[in-house]
Design a protein around this ligand. Structure first.
Ligand code: SF4
Ligand code: SF4
Length: 381
């Protein structure tokens, strides 16, 4: 495992971070702690020292699982990152914010959080709510002075110009941004953060699994560069020296071991980098369908499983895996079906969309869902 300097925080973080948002769950949607703890501990045993979660992940039970997993380790050797929602009037209320912080600390059963992120912070909410006197920022600073938080940070889906403005406030020690080889729009903000000594963590290096195809192997034109799909995605992110840690939301031992093996490999050499960038160029067509699988658009009142439809469209468009994409699409028939890539899936395929428009305003990626579902139905149906 390679470790990188995390901005000016003094931390040396593993290049692979454990994203704890996709841990195994029970039927009721809560985290299956018994299954999750060994996964997290395997990651730590293999060298991961950065674990990322959030107040809201898995209805709050992700933080409990992480807390249970780290119990047997030296707390000082691990970096815990969690996020508290802060965006509107209510969320940035000082009492509400403090209550959430104390809840997170209790769930982890730890005396401090290393990296506390304002979750999904944007310029508008920062100026209108968070930074107002007596609101979330002041409460966070007070908690920091009490030793409950080591570093104040933020995650953001705002546009890069606004992220740069947030970085320039001087309030934050690290930032968590989306970046992967089909979505490089945050590059200016990532570079700006690194120049300022602000640590950069990357979410979505494999686009929520969208860039992962089971057994998928990508070859360049001559066939001399051969990389497994998740490894290609991670190595692309690590090839950027401005990035300290790439988070991967892992939920099987196999994934953990594969990703750690990728992190253990020597960095890409120049010619590999260049060829991976060529692959990126070729796949640019996908950038109009960059679905992270966040499911904020769900549920669809008509039963369409929007993110799964887009996953298969990505397989088709990025990897040219026509057969696999069509077979997977056909599984979206409303029945509960087990799949090796997402566990149990349910819901309908794109043909069931009646264009009611309920989902589109909820998508943080501003994907024209109706049009893209129509294209998916035409292509895969
Ligand atoms: S537009 Fe289509 S996918 Fe979106 S909520 Fe309506 S029926 Fe569902
Ligand atoms: S909200 Fe947008 S990015 Fe998230 S799953 Fe739905 S379509 Fe994909």
């Amino acid at each position: 495992m390679e470790y990188r300097k995390y901005g000016n925080t003094g931390a040396m973080v593993s290049t692979l971070g454990f994203g704890a948002m996709r841990l195994p769950t029970h039927e009721d949607g809560t985290c299956d702690i018994e299954k999750s703890v060994p996964l997290l501990q395997r990651g730590i045993d293999l060298g991961i020292n950065y674990i990322d979660t959030a107040y809201v992940y898995i209805n709050g039970t992700s933080e409990v699982a992480v807390g249970a997993a780290i119990k047997k380790y030296d707390r000082e050797k691990l970096y815990l990152a969690t996020k508290i929602p802060t965006n509107d009037e209510k969320e940035s209320d000082p009492d509400e914010w403090r209550r959430k912080l104390e809840t997170s600390l209790a769930r982890f059963d730890t005396p401090y959080i290393d990296f506390l992120l304002m979750h999904g912070c944007n310029w508008k909410s920062f100026t209108e709510h968070i930074s107002k006197p007596g609101r979330a920022l002041d409460v966070a600073r007070k908690a920091q002075a009490e030793g409950l938080i080591k570093h104040l940070c933020f995650s953001s889906h705002d546009d890069p110009q606004n992220v740069i403005k947030l970085l320039d406030t001087g309030e934050f020690a690290s930032v968590l941004l989306q970046y992967n080889y089909i979505d490089t729009h945050n590059l200016p903000a990532i570079h700006h953060a690194a120049e300022k000594g602000i640590g950069v963590a990357v979410m979505g290096p494999v686009a929520g699994g969208r860039l992962f195809v089971p057994g998928g192997v990508i070859r360049d034109e001559e066939g001399s560069l051969e990389v497994k799909t998740p490894e290609l995605s991670l190595r692309f992110v690590w090839s950027n020296p401005d990035v300290s840690v790439a988070l991967s939301g892992m939920n099987t031992m196999e994934q953990i071991e594969e990703n750690v093996a990728a992190a253990d490999k020597a960095e890409l050499n120049e010619s590999e980098n260049a060829r991976i960038r060529e692959l990126v160029e070729r796949n640019k067509a996908l950038s109009d369908l960059y679905c992270t699988g966040c499911a904020y658009c769900m549920p669809c009142p008509n039963g369409v499983n929007i993110p799964e439809n887009f996953r298969y469209m990505n397989w088709f468009k990025v990897w040219g895996l026509e057969k696999e994409a069509k077979e997977a699409y056909a599984k979206l028939s409303g029945d509960r079906v087990w799949t090796p890539w997402a566990g149990v899936i349910t819901g309908l395929n794109a043909e069931a969309c009646i264009a009611c428009g309920e989902c589109e305003p909820k998508c943080p990626q501003n994907i024209p869902i109706i049009d893209q579902l129509a294209e998916t139905a035409k292509t895969l149906g």
